[in-house]
Each structure stands twice: as structure tokens, then as C-alpha cells.
Design a protein around this ligand. Structure first.
Ligand code: FAD
Length: 354
């Protein structure tokens, strides 16, 4: 449903601009990119599985574990959706007391959906926001770097479609300052004409521009509207909601599966992200390291862009510049050479926009 509805939107919207033949170039204000404007560097590990996220039930001694992990570069995006799938599984039993393992975007959405159904929830996590990977995310709503398309199965695709549609809808109820969720115009720049209408999630109010009309001269551009989620606002607000609705949050690390047997809850929802690699022995789960440079805020920048692996997201807490995608790299140390390359790339784009 997600794909079909958005494909229809895309096919209605995209030809419009091209057919009318608008010739004036779209203008975007440039970001001020310089080393002096970098306020901080963030490094995080995307919890990636080539065959995609895992949502399934597993018996563990006298407990049931429902897995909900492995969201790659799209854990903020997909969190409400896979939480819905996990909660549907959890609700098939009689038990209504749940332990949610993990307090990132995925654990928090899962906890809230359990609470909305009347479940009693305790979150257990070794780290809480702001110390989770979810805090590192750029925060664009977009199922990117989620899985390897050649490894997807029909069953997984069906889960994905339902989850993406649910998440897309869920975030719209949170748009506003309180949760740090907002609508934003995004541009994807390409050297070549993009084949077809682009990704299905890039269909809302979409338009395509040839090199003469594109804001980035010489590049094709596709504009679409999606949501941005600012983790530093969204995650603490979600924790507050969990507590407001009677939940508990306990800091606790699980060294191995035996440690889980001490928990009083009969049903555990595993939202430990990359932690599942060790805890549940899933070697397919690997990190894709990502590094961000955050520049001083520029409130006049009201668009985001993606271009050849680089991306810029404007947030209230700063201009987010990415990107790196280093598979199997566990290092959390900032790589200054990579930063230099990223800044140069964004500088080039900023200069061309003027
Ligand atoms: C640079 C970068 C940019 C990104 N940009 C985006 C983006 O624009 N949009 C998007 O949707 N996604 C983005 N992502 C991906 C996103 O950050 C992740 O997919 C998401 O954070 C995964 O959420 P999670 O809740 O599964 O994991 P986490 O946020 O890592 O939370 C896991 C929780 O489990 C706990 N835990 C782990 N192991 C144990 C253990 N053994 N015992 C107890 N607790 C444990 C942790 O302490 C933590 O509380 C980006 C990631 C990076 C690195």
C-alpha cells in the first residue's frame, strides 16, 4: 500500500514541472561551510543487516523474546513501524507485562505502543539518551541504508511495507516543536537523469528539474518533502512520555543471555540495536560507521540535500553535514581526514548554489 499510494502521488506530481517547461533556476541559500563553524563531531554505528531488520519471536527458557533490531541507517525512520509489528507479536500471548531492552528510538517507540494498548512496561538499557546511537542520527525520515535489496525476501518486503506506512503516519502526529519533528523540502542532486520517479518515499510533493533549472547548476535535481526528526528534542520527550504513562526506565547492562533470566517480566522485546550482535549472537549484524560534522545553526536554511553520498540537514541545534558509510568499522574516533573531505564537498556545493 505504501509503495502504490506513493507511486501514484509520484506519477501525478513529477511530470508537472517538466511538462510546463519552467525555465527559471531554483535558488537555494548556501550553507556557510568552514572548519571554524564546526561545533562538534559525532560518530555512530548504524546497526546494519544485509537481509534487513529482524522482527520475530523466540522462546528463551520460560520467557518469550520478541526481536526488533537491525535498522541500519533508518532506525529513527522505521522505529514506530517495526515497533507496531513487534507489539502485534507480543500481544498474541496472554502476558501484559513487558521488558523493553534498549532505550534508543526503537525501544522508546515500542514502549509507547505497548503502553497505548494498556501494557505495563519497564525499559532496561545500559545507555540512555543522549548516549545512544539514535542521538547521532541525522534524523531525516527516509528508509536509507536499511538493507541490501538483493537479500530482501518477499516476507521481509511485506513487513517493510507495513512498517514504513505505519511509521510515516505515526510521525505526522508528532510534527511540532514539542517532539522536534518538522516537514522539510529535500533535494537529491544527480549527475545523470534519475531513472523513473525515484524512491517511493521521495514522492510527497515531488518535482524533477533538469540541469538548467536545478538549484545546483549542471546537476539534475529531484525535490521531495519529508520529515526531519531532531534527536535531541525527540528522544528525551519520548522518555518523558514513557514515564508519564506509568513506565519505568532502569539502567542495566546485560552481559549475556543468562542475565535476562533475572528479569521479572515474562515477555522481553529486544531493541538493543547493534548490541544484539553480541547479546543474541547475530554475526550478520554489522556496523556501518557514520560521522557527522555539526556547524553553527543557520536558521535561514530551510531545505536539506543529498548529493553523491554527502548530505546536509538543517536543524535547530546546528547544520548537520555527512556523510561516511564505513562497513564493519567499529571505531568511534572522529576521522579528521574524512571530515576535511566532507567539508570540501559541501563547500563546493555551497559555492555552486550562489
Ligand atoms: C551518522 C548517522 C546518521 C544517521 N542518520 C539517520 C537518519 O537520518 N534517519 C534515520 O532514520 N536513521 C539514521 N541513522 C540510523 C539510526 O541512528 C539507527 O538506525 C538507530 O539509532 C537504531 O536505533 P536503536 O534504538 O535500534 O539503537 P540504539 O539507539 O543504539 O539503542 C540501543 C539501546 O540498547 C541498549 N543496549 C545495547 N546493548 C545492550 C546490552 N547488552 N544491555 C543493555 N542495553 C543494551 C543501548 O544502551 C541503547 O539504549 C543514522 C545513524 C548514524 C550513525
Amino acid at each position: 500500500m505504501f509503495t502504490r499510494r506513493r507511486f501514484l502521488q509520484a506519477s501525478l506530481a513529477v511530470p508537472l514541472v517538466t511538462r510546463l517547461g519552467w525555465s527559471s533556476r531554483q535558488r537555494l541559500l548556501p550553507v556557510q561551510v568552514s572548519l571554524e563553524r564546526v561545533t562538534r563531531r559525532l560518530v555512530g554505528l548504524r546497526p546494519y543487516r544485509p537481509s534487513g531488520f529482524v522482527v520475530r519471536a523466540q522462546a528463551l527458557d520460560d520467557k518469550t523474546v520478541i526481536h526488533n533490531y537491525g535498522h541500519g541507517g533508518a532506525g529513527i525512520t522505521m522505529s514506530w513501524g517495526t515497533a507496531q509489528l513487534a507489539v502485534e507479536l507480543a500481544w498474541q500471548g496472554e502476558e501484559r507485562e513487558f521488558a523493553v531492552l534498549g532505550c534508543g528510538a526503537v525501544g522508546l517507540a515500542t514502549a509507547r505502543l505497548l503502553q497505548r494498548r494498556g501494557g505495563k512496561v519497564t525499559i532496561y538499557a545500559k545507555e540512555l539518551p543522549p548516549a545512544t546511537t539514535s542521538n547521532i542520527a541525522g534524523g531525516q525520515w527516509g528508509p536509507a541504508s536499511l538493507s541490501d535489496p538483493s537479500r530482501r525476501t518477499a516476507a521481509w518486503n511485506a513487513q517493510y511495507e507495513r512498517a514504513a506506512a505505519f511509521a510515516w503516519r505515526a510521525y505526522q502526529d508528532l510534527v511540532g516543536e514539542e517532539y522536534g519533528v518538522s516537514w522539510l523540502d529535500n533535494y537529491r542532486f544527480h549527475r545523470q537523469a534519475a531513472p523513473g520517479a525515484g524512491n517511493d518515499w521521495e514522492a510527497q510533493d515531488a518535482a524533477s528539474f533538469g540541469p538548467a533549472q536545478s538549484p545546483l547548476p549542471g546537476y539534475y535535481a529531484r525535490r521531495f518533502t519529508t520529515m526531519m526528526i531532531q534527536p535531541s528534542v525527540y528522544l528525551p520527550r519520548m522518555m518523558q512520555d514513557v514515564l508519564l504513562y506509568g513506565g519505568r526506565i532502569e539502567v542495566r547492562e546485560f552481559a549475556d543471555l543468562a542475565a535476562l533470566s533475572d528479569l521479572p517480566e515474562p515477555v522481553l522485546i529486544n531493541c538493543t540495536g547493534l548490541g544484539s550482535r553480541e547479546l543474541f549472537d547475530d554475526p550478520e549484524l554489522i556496523p556501518i560507521r557514520g560521522q557527522l560534522s555539526i556547524l553553527l545553526p543557520q536558521p535561514e536554511i530551510d531545505y536539506a540535500y543529498l548529493s553523491g553520498g554527502l548530505y546536509m540537514f538543517p536543524r535547530k541545534d546546528g547544520i548537520v553535514l555527512g556523510g561516511t558509510y564505513d562497513k564493519r568499522d567499529f571505531s568511534l574516533e572522529p576521522d579528521l581526514e574524512a571530515e576535511r573531505r566532507i567539508l570540501l564537498g559541501h563547500q563546493e556545493i555551497a559555492r555552486a548554489l550562489v
